[in-house]
Ligand binder design. Structure first.
Ligand SMILES: [Zn+2]
Length: 223
């Protein structure tokens, strides 16, 4: 028996015990640290042991009257990177913001500030991912000297200042760009939002960056 299987059995046993005392079983299986709660969910997902908590009709009715998400995510719109699935969460758990290239602009900042203010979310995660098409399109535009068509150009131009210094350098420019973009967007959150910076300074909010591996499903913290 490996450790994760063992901890799963232990948490199940604890949930059973406290269930008799009318404490919600889900409360006993959630780590208190919101980041660990997400990472534990990702470990379950990667191991093929997702709990699929909070995806029932009971949960739907429970959160219909009000939501209390414990984390804000800023991720790419890529169809392979849905946070509720890869973090093994459900309805009402994650305030999920997604746009190609996980770029923080004014609209997204407003969305994040709303979640932090309205729900007191203690965690914001910027989640980039391996082989991101938005980064690849930006690398292509830089290397070809061209531009992307239509409004795709807005995404490329937002990413260009982050990716351009890496172009022509050693290694996988797209991978370096993915990582640099996560770091840049994490920095942008506190640099551009007094509200977010204030909550971080007060110790009420944590902002972290992470990378999702398309091949393994694993989330790794970057900063
Ligand atoms: Zn992407």
């Amino acid at each position: 028996m490996d450790l994760s299987r063992r901890s799963l059995l232990i948490s199940g046993a604890v949930a059973g015990l406290v269930g008799a005392a009318a404490v919600p079983a889900s409360a006993a299986t959630h780590p208190n640290d919101p980041l660990e709660r997400l990472l534990a969910g990702n470990r379950r997902f990667v191991a093929g042991r997702a709990h699929h908590l909070h995806q029932s009709l009971d949960r739907l009715h429970e959160v219909a009257a009000g939501q209390h998400p414990f984390a804000v995510t800023i991720g790419c719109a890529d169809s392979r990177v849905p946070p509720e699935v890869l973090f093994d969460q459900g309805l009402g758990d994650v305030f999920d913001n997604r746009v190609a290239g996980n770029i923080v602009d004014d609209l997204l900042l407003g969305s994040i500030e709303f979640a932090v203010e309205e729900f007191g979310c203690p965690l914001v995660v910027v989640l980039g991912h391996e082989r991101c098409g938005a980064i690849s399109a930006t690398v292509d535009a830089i290397e070809s000297g061209g531009t992307a068509p239509g409004h795709i150009g807005a995404i490329v131009e937002a990413l260009r200042p982050i990716v351009e210094p890496l172009a022509g350098g050693p290694g996988d420019v797209v991978e370096h760009g993915v990582r640099a973009n996560v770091v840049a967007q994490v920095a942008a959150l506190t640099a551009r939002s007094e509200l977010i910076a204030g909550h971080v300074a007060a110790g009420e909010l944590r902002v972290v960056g992470a990378r999702y591996d398309l091949d393994t499903g694993r989330v790794t913290l970057l900063r």
